[in-house]
Design a protein around this ligand. Sequence first.
Ligand code: SF4
Length: 193
Amino acid sequence: MKTKKHWYDYLWIASTLYLLLGFINILFAWLGLLCFFIPLIISIVKGNKAYCNKYCGRGKLFNLLGNKLGLSIKRECPTILRRQWFRYSFLIFFLTMFGNMIFVTYMVFGGSRELVNVVKLLWTINFPWNFSYNNSISPWIAQFAFGFYSVMLTSTVLGIITMIFFKPRTWCVYCPMGTMTQAICKVKNHGKE
Ligand code: SF4
């Protein structure tokens, strides 16, 4: 039986567009803040994971690639990824890297550091990204965009790798946003969720 499609079933298009727009103009990376704040707001206000369950375009993209397009070999996710200590360690690591990105943006804002037109993949590999920035705006705004796009690209690449070798939405098991919203829901619902 066919299940009825909803508008949010197509949000994988938004996630794909986001990645493509980063090649055209890096300033579009600022839009990624929506994927940061909306899940937090939903979990704080509603105390549930509606964002993960319904609205996350990235989760839907992995589902599409892995299930519909058959790009996943669908092995069970390694137990270590499910462990609480691993998920929280990864969250702390992710937030530390995020904080470092904000600090670099602040230094560029203060003039103590120059803008670096690179996208950093997996926190280590630098890709020159001059083609998507035309020096038309304050350097700190561009620096944040490069940093934030690096975070989004890195998490997508990690998600795609785990999608291929394990079940399609394995990234969701250790996704920092998922861990954060789950923790918020737990506190909000007094440990019930
Ligand atoms: S766990 Fe992360 S990637 Fe998965 S649905 Fe939630 S926010 Fe999206």
